[in-house]
Design a binder for this molecule. Structure first.
Ligand code: UDP
Length: 368
């Protein structure tokens, strides 16, 4: 069986690696296609090196662009490649523009399409990622859900039961496989931090970093939290310029984007994490570290009900008040079912057995 696995941006690499490994271990021919949505050393190369991902077989070089231009470039570059390779299955992960672009091409190419991380819904149509999730699921033959709430969403949208597979969380596979190496990182001493003595912050969602008013409110809240607990903030490239333009207190240490092992080490030893990242909500749950999500909604509600996450939105007082109370009384560690390090193996087993591959999706609400 020939299977194309697609990766394009930072949060894809840790999701695609366990699926590729499990497919290859079971004897499948895996072709790794890198779209080039992220391409520099800090957002790309470090992950290939640290996670031991082999060199991509094909590199599409789409680069940065607007939503439509980037998605269009992915499609235009992937279409001839899919025609040449004639894969049996195309595997896309997550919710970035590369996911959607390759899904659209695969669905028209005759290959079966598998979406890893299917069924997540923020129900916030202003998020580009939500559009990518919903449309990718609609195009997919195999829907690999990370958690029971995602299965419920897919059922409610009318997908056939044989398309939906509760596989667990592939990002957790990579976290657990690399945790010991991450804990050996010397990043804390390099940054002058002590275990349990700082808060870790990431910000990159357009609603937070592209709107100067929203960003100013968030940074003012972070400044106040930093008076109680110093902050380290690895800055995503899309936020770095805006962060530099604001005068942050010296207790907020802005650094370059961290490599994977350093970032996991920073999460594991943080007293508190404040973030708008999807993956970080999941990783903090598994690590048992308190997480405050700087958004009004999450597509990962299982981290609220069975993890360490709380939604705090963008209101300054609410962020500061909740942060101070969590610093005083952190939540207990809990872990959702099947976030056990074996999601990639379950996905490979389903794909290689051909289960649920009865053709393109016919949601029951449309076919009835
Ligand atoms: N991450 C990293 N370095 C950083 C910030 C995040 O290695 O400076 C990792 C993090 O551990 C997680 C992934 O990147 O595995 C999450 O990616 P991101 O927040 O960019 O995207 P999202 O999850 O919001 O789609």
């Amino acid at each position: 069986m020939r299977i194309i696995c697609v990766a394009g941006a930072r949060p894809n690499y840790m999701k695609v690696k366990p699926v590729m490994d499990a497919l290859e271990a079971a004897g499948a021919e895996v072709v790794l296609v890198h779209t080039g949505q992220h391409y520099d050393a800090a957002m790309n190369d470090v992950f290939f090196t640290e996670l031991g991902i082999r060199r991509p077989d094909h590199f599409l070089q789409v680069g940065s662009a607007s939503q439509a231009v980037q998605t269009g470039r992915v499609m235009a570059a992937f279409e001839p490649l899919a025609a040449e390779l004639r894969p049996d299955v195309v595997v896309v992960v997550g919710d970035v523009n590369s996911t959607l672009g390759c899904a659209l091409v695969a669905a028209k190419s005759g290959a079966l399409l598998a979406h890893v991380e299917a069924g997540l819904r923020s129900r916030d149509w202003d998020m580009p990622e939500e559009v990518n999730r919903v449309v990718t699921d609609r195009l997919s033959d195999y829907l690999f859900a990370p958690s029971a709430d995602a299965v419920d969403n897919l059922r409610a949208e009318g997908y056939r039961p044989d398309q939906i597979h509760l596989a667990g969380n592939v990002m957790v596979d990579t976290l657990l496989a690399n945790l010991d190496r991450a804990l050996a990182s010397d990043v804390l001493s390099r940054l002058g931090l002590s275990r349990g003595g700082y808060a870790l912050v990431t910000l990159h969602r357009p609603a937070n970093v592209d709107d100067p008013g929203a960003l100013a409110t968030l940074l003012s809240a972070l400044d106040e939290v930093a008076q109680a607990c110093p902050i380290v903030l690895p800055a995503h490239p899309r936020a770095a310029g805006q962060l530099r333009a604001h005068g942050l207190s010296q207790r907020v240490q802005v650094i370059a984007p961290a490599g994977y092992l350093d970032f996991v080490a920073l999460q594991a030893s943080a007293r508190l994490v404040l973030t708008d990242s999807g993956g970080v909500q999941e990783e903090t749950t598994v690590l048992g570290v308190p997480c405050l999500t700087l958004r009004d909604n999450t597509e990962r509600p299982v981290t609220l009900t069975e993890g360490t996450n709380q939604l705090v939105g963008r209101d300054r007082e609410r962020i500061v008040k909740t942060a101070l109370s969590v610093l005083d009384a952190p939540p207990l560690r809990r872990c959702p079912a099947l976030w056990d390090g074996r999601a990639g193996q379950r996905i490979a087993a389903t794909l290689l057995s051909g289960g649920g591959a009865a053709g393109h999706p016919r949601p029951t609400d449309l076919s009835s």
